[in-house]
Design a protein around this ligand. Structure first.
Ligand code: UDP
Length: 259
């Protein structure tokens, strides 16, 4: 479903996944409208590992392409875009976007709920965010390892907390499937899947320095800190190859809507 807030934002389809061609600044503006709206919206951040997962399991396309806004999270997405003849204006990394939204929520007195990661991490992330953005109202925190039996209580806590922004850090695809399943009953204006961002906010892992990010090597920096991420890195060449094949097959599609 296209919605007014993103109608004016052009999007492209990369290996079946719709990604918006948007800057960080515009993404924050668009999400600001959503935060003040009364329709629950979903934000997704697309990276190459996601493209690989979706390619291997096309049934994920529905949850991915039904998000209201999908930002180009990783350098790999920009590269795949280039191969397909598309120019994304810049990277809009989930971790940076989540920070910018927390800063916005602090300024505009909006409530944030942090859901996901191991026990204690969301609380540590909340404390770090409040230090960085004094006045930020973290309406609640919850780890991401609850059982099916515990889920109704988790949902009830979120409803009672009435956040404007719910950051869900349970990895792709579980976090995005969880949001898609519950966002209407939660009635939270904006839910966003943020992967390992709470771990970073809590100080468990560090983001790569700006120059490493600019060089497109953040995936390498993160893989060195977290060896399980080598699997993610290993998906990059396959995705590049698929993009080259799609380009050669002339199947790249670009949809621009008029602003
Ligand atoms: N996680 C969780 N519940 C689970 C599995 C994972 O809360 O059942 C958390 C995990 O602790 C980590 C995050 O989800 O904080 C996954 O981050 P990752 O970087 O793997 O996500 P990606 O960005 O790769 O989707």
């Amino acid at each position: 479903m296209t919605i007014p807030a993103t109608e004016a934002v052009p999007s492209a389809t990369l290996l079946g996944v719709r990604v918006h061609l948007i800057t960080m600044r515009r993404a924050v503006e668009v999400i600001r409208q959503m935060l003040h709206g009364d329709v629950p919206r979903r934000i997704l951040t697309a990276h190459t590992a996601m493209l690989a997962r979706v390619h291997a399991a096309p049934d994920l396309l529905e949850v991915v392409n039904s998000a209201d806004l999908t930002t180009p999270d990783g350098f790999g997405i920009l590269l795949v875009g280039r191969i397909l003849g598309l120019r994304f204006p810049e990277r809009v990394a989930g971790a940076d976007l989540a920070e910018a939204l927390c800063a916005l929520c602090a300024r505009e007195h909006l409530r944030v709920f942090l859901l996901g990661a191991k026990p204690g991490v969301a609380e540590a992330a909340a404390a770090a965010l409040i230090r960085r953005y004094p006045g930020l109202h973290v309406a609640g925190t919850q780890h991401g390892y609850f059982t099916g039996d515990e889920e109704p209580a988790v949902l009830a806590r979120i409803r009672v907390a009435r956040p404007h922004l719910l950051l869900v850090a349970m990895g792709f695809p579980p976090q995005d499937q969880w949001i898609a399943r519950h966002r209407h009953s939660l009635n939270v204006p904006v839910c966003m899947g943020v992967g390992g961002t709470l771990d970073v906010m809590a100080g468990m892992f560090r983001r790569a320095p700006a120059w490493v990010q600019r060089a497109g090597l953040e995936w390498l920096y993160r893989a060195v800190q977290e060896p399980r991420r080598w699997r993610v890195a290993a998906s990059i060449p396959g995705v590049i190859l698929l993009a080259v094949r799609e380009r050669l097959g002339g199947r790249a599609r670009l949809r621009r809507s008029r602003g």
